[in-house]
Design a protein around this ligand. Structure first.
Ligand code: DC
Length: 227
């Protein structure tokens, strides 16, 4: 059976990564979290004091973009892949509220997107990949055989993100989290390069009132229907 390319796009905190990870595990495909790559570039910019207020200094970042190496390595202890930035495990740091609050302006920069899209296309060149993000079905893999666009009500998404942060011992209020994801969605969907947009041939799933099991069953059926 030929392996295919699967693109999972959608709004912040609507469960894209749960869908993509579960599907990749079931199919024995590679899973790539493209958002982690934008977060890693943001962490790099923070660590190198490149931020001036809410925006990074683009001139300096552009000069350094080729020195930013991101890869994913399997962690046998957690059974998941961790994100590495220039050889250092940054999986925890890239999920912080600080990075979440700064990532959208970084992800809106054309040369950052160009560099990361190129790497993502390279990662998917042999197919057998599930990648989640915002522009996977539209820009990274426009020819993906299966495209899923995930959405959920903003309040549902804020509750999910809050629970995720709490599980990691990070404190945030519901209002802060809701505000962060609403702002990110606005920046992500209105930027010039690779905006968050549903591909014409994507299947939309609103999972506000679905359990993970119900959602996985729907998606597995979509996969089988492609073949
Ligand atoms: O999926 P996430 O929340 O980890 O993504 C972090 C940010 O990166 C998000 O604000 C949008 C951006 N992003 C993007 O612009 N393009 C992608 N393919 C993935 C994420």
């Amino acid at each position: 059976m030929n392996r295919i390319t699967i693109a999972v796009d959608g709004y912040s905190s609507c469960g894209k990564s749960t869908i993509a990870k579960d599907l990749a595990k079931t199919l024995k495909y590679t899973y790539i979290d493209s958002g982690a790559m934008y977060r890693a570039v943001t962490l790099y910019a923070l660590e190198h004091n490149l931020f001036e207020g809410d925006y990074p200094n683009e001139t300096v970042l552009k000069k350094q973009i080729n020195q930013i190496h991101i890869d994913f390595r399997y962690n046998a202890a957690t059974g998941k892949s961790d994100t590495f930035l220039n050889g250092e495990n940054v999986e925890k740091e890239i999920r912080s509220m600080e990075v979440a609050g700064k990532v959208s302006p970084v992800a809106a920069i054309g040369f950052v997107r160009e560099a990361l899209v190129r790497q993502q296309q390279e990662m998917g060149k042999n197919k057998g990949i599930v990648m989640d993000g915002r522009d996977i079905g539209t820009v990274v893999f426009p020819d993906a055989e299966l495209k899923i666009f995930v959405t959920a009500r903003p309040e549902v998404r804020a509750h999910r993100r809050l629970a995720e942060l709490a599980a990691k011992g990070e404190n945030a209020t519901f209002e802060e989290v809701l505000d962060n994801l609403t702002k990110r969605d606005l920046i992500d969907s209105t930027r010039k390069d690779g905006p968050l947009r549903q591909a014409e041939d994507a299947v939309v799933i609103d999972n506000s009132d679905l359990t993970v099991e119900e959602q996985n069953a729907i998606i597995l059926k979509l996969f089988r229907d492609v073949k």
